[in-house]
Design a protein around this ligand. Sequence first.
Ligand code: NDP
Length: 486
Amino acid sequence: MHNQLFIDGRFVDALDGDTLDVVNPHDGSLITRVTAGAQLDIDRAVAAARRAFPAWSRLAAGERGRLLARLADAIEADTGLAELESADTGHPIRDARGLDVPRTAACFRYFAGMADKIEGTVVPVEPGFLNYVQRTPVGVVGQIVPWNFPLMFTGWKLGPALAAGNTVVLKPSELTPLSALRVAALAADVGFPPGVINVVPGFGNVAGQRLANHPDVDKIAFTGSTATGRRIVEASRGNLKRIQLELGGKGANIVFADADLDTAVAGAAWASFHNQGQACIAGSRLLLHEDIADAFLERFVALAQSIRVGDPADPATEMGPLTSAAHRDRVLESVEMAQAQGGTVLAGGKAPADPGLRQGFYVEPTVVAARPQDRIAQEEVFGPVVTVLRFASDEQALAIANATQYGLGNGLWTRDLARAHRLARDIRGGMCWVNCYKRVHPGSPFGGVGESGYGRDMGFEAMHGYTESRSVWINVDAGIAPHFAR
Ligand code: NDP
């Protein structure tokens, strides 16, 4: 387990010696203390990234790809990485092994393959001129990631940035810094040059803030809350750095009367409760057509009540604890607030009764019936709490779905092809899933609109976000007539 800052190819202490506690959410025990970087640590990490930039950006693209592929292999071969992520975040070990680690490796492998396919274009301009457009790296990139998928987001952010020839300073969440530090160590082992990847754990309002306002950082790629996204935009003004924001969401998961109910019930449980609902793309608003709502809810509530909540280290566990005690409290408060506004709790709504889980940050899978205008149906809860809303027509479903400040991921469950395409076109968001939910792939763009942010992770769109275009004009034999002839 690494618990120092990773700067310029080495693990080092913070200059002011500050630390942060990393806690196991299953029982509140201290896993370790990790060095907390502050302003001067960010400054030296940025300086290391700047020094490394010329050589890394000019390295043969295939060589950058080879290193990324070796990192993907090292992540897959690391026998302790899933356990580390599970202990740090509370992800059930079956998810850490079956989703977090393989998805992270797949992301690095995808961008390994992209590194030498970042091609330019030749524009057919006037005869006599050659105009070509190259894609060049942005430079030094600051990346700030949250605690809900710390390993996977490390892959989503580092993969495209490094493939495109940028160097990086990544700040993980103060709550979950361990897997990013492990990835940094693996990167050093497989041969990444010093300074190309720097990982600086630290407090958001100190280390994160410094990265966002640093005059020598060319871009910030941020995943986190909408409120912090706004702060990052403010902080970035000094040097007008580029910004990419992946922010909150309030996904509408809409079940029509013609849906296959068994598939939709299982899909809605995945959309609501995977990762304890701590996902920006969670289907946290479940919209049910009035004709099937009662039949659907009978099965859905029974399924929610049967989910095995417990120690994430147990392979049988299906839902673990929330990542922090403070967040658990916020989630339970939002359920109380929903009840105060007239909402009805149909399942869960409290911490589990099991005495073995009392020290941990657990919340039962929770189903709340409410109205579209209630706060529980408007604000992101980011926990295992799904709000049920009813609708009578496609138009009403669409109006409810689009009536939030967010626009990220939404789901449709229907056998009607025309309806599926129509709503996929009209529903506000960056992703829409039909008869499935929360599918992600390193090649498919991921991100939002409105207060869910701008810019995209994954795919060629992510690579474009980590490159600038440069247009080069060559006078081959144009014989330009002088404009100011004498
Ligand atoms: P925060 O915005 O609080 O934190 C995200 C990151 O920003 C953390 O590393 C945090 O550090 C850092 N940070 C906090 N304050 C500042 C600051 N002033 N300047 C710079 N960095 C700062 O989000 P949460 O940790 O609460 O994460 C949950 C949120 O993330 C949810 O709203 C969720 O929707 C969103 N999210 C969005 C995704 C998307 O792709 N659209 C994906 C996943 C989550 P520290 O932890 O030390 O405070």
